[in-house]
Design a protein around this ligand. Sequence first.
Ligand SMILES: Cc1cc2nc3c(=O)[nH]c(=O)nc-3n(C[C@H](O)[C@H](O)[C@H](O)COP(=O)(O)OP(=O)(O)OC[C@H]3O[C@@H](n4cnc5c(N)ncnc54)[C@H](O)[C@@H]3O)c2cc1C
Length: 503
Amino acid sequence: MNEESVDFLMIGGGIASFSCARALRAAGAGGSIGLVTRDPGPPFDRTACTKGYLRGDASHEDVLLAPDAWWQERDVALSTRTSALKLDPAARTVTLSDKRTLRYEQALLATGANVRRLRVEGAELQGIHYVRGLGNADAIRADAQDAADVVLVGGSYIATEAAASLTAMGKRCTIVMQEGVALERGLGPLAGRFFQRVIEEHGVTVCPSDELERFEGVDGRLTHVVTARGRRLPAQLAVIGAGVVPDTMLAQRGGLEIGATGGVVADECLRTRAAGLFAAGDMCEYPSVVHHGARLRIEHWDVAERQGATAAAGMLGEPRPHEAIPYFYSDLADWASLEYVGPARRWDEEVVRGSLEEGAFTVLYLDAGRVVAGLTVGRGHELDAVRALLRSGIDLHERRSELADDGTDLASLAETAAAVAVRAGSSPGGSSAAGQPAVPTAGPDADEPPVLFMCQMCGFIYEPEDGDELGAIAPGTRFADLPDEWTCPVCGAQKTDFERVED
Ligand SMILES: Cc1cc2nc3c(=O)[nH]c(=O)nc-3n(C[C@H](O)[C@H](O)[C@H](O)COP(=O)(O)OP(=O)(O)OC[C@H]3O[C@@H](n4cnc5c(N)ncnc54)[C@H](O)[C@@H]3O)c2cc1C
């Protein structure tokens, strides 16, 4: 048996693994780092597969997470086209498809997710695609050359983004979806109607409250999509976005626990129950301190990236709870972009700031008066305030009209809410929100508390009283007063990569 030792092993070639390796080296980790992936190439921006890369606006090089030289410079051994076949958590070994067995000190399981396949009649016809990797996007682009009509199956991000990109490429697109309104499952009917209007105004036909029945073809190639409601839509190309299933095959074979969300069970610091073994990304289930300990499994790019950094801190003997509020973005070609923090599993009220008609708005999702999520379109500057409101867990029902009033400065309201939360003794995640006082309209509670900011990439904490001790910022400088171009003195992350933590 060919056995090798590695100090830090990343299993999977997605953003979670890449981010973990990057954060380890950024934090000065010595020792060997290996990354194994069954993908044919190095880690890439998966989100581009329905956006710029699909349209041909971004090249293969553009979407790589790091240039080839990075791997040598950071001394990270990259093994592509290599599957991890067996995990033995007790022995701390992983057996690979190239016959090697790697013994690790610390490892990250980040095997991501696979597309959910629809088993319907005609599913084997050529011209039917799912999209997860660059190869899928290449194949869709190739088939699109000879296609005039495209059917997108699904009413969520993958189908709507692909519809926007393919429309921008000159194709006639039709979306078939179970939802009554596009994107409503995650964003609610108000925002959903806005996005559907945008899609339809750009020429996409939407078939709501319907679903795929079967595919029809001639000579092995797709010609029509037939829906449950009896539509027979011409299509030379179909793209299916029916969700994903976390890839826990390796974990299950290794005897790791799988949680109710279908992900590998990890604790708040992303440690699995096996010594030295962490989990991150689409296949990781963790208790989120920001969400009162609710066990979440999130399928967002930014979450996977930040979780990789959290796992790296744990590997270096500095475990910390993963406290970042999940963030998601989506682009419908250049028609509209959204940013979202949450996620809201349920909400009983939606408060809109700005104008849905004009396409510049923020939707605050409230549950029992507390902000549980927020969506911004054309108003990304309000996202930090939404985060702060969410984190505070403060009951805002008495200030509902102020929330909706565009004249109210959301940032100051959020500062006040954070101050109240601190005085009420809640955690940074607002985990003791129940029973907290509502935000007062004025008074001493509006004072700003002392706040620290943590780099979500490497864990460096900016403390105003020390200033940027590794850089040139004077002690006493508040984080808010740092210049926008200021970067983390440890890993070079941007100012926007920092998140507020309470003292
Ligand atoms: C087309 C598309 C568009 C998206 N757009 C957005 C967006 O706009 N915004 C957003 O927030 N999120 C978006 N997402 C979701 C986001 O890309 C994922 O949440 C993120 O990529 C998850 O990263 P990960 O590292 O957990 O897993 P993945 O990126 O799935 O990576 C998992 C890796 O593990 C490898 N692997 C699995 N099993 C093994 C094994 N046994 N041995 C070796 N390697 C293995 C896989 O080959 C892969 O390299 C999009 C996803 C897709 C598919």
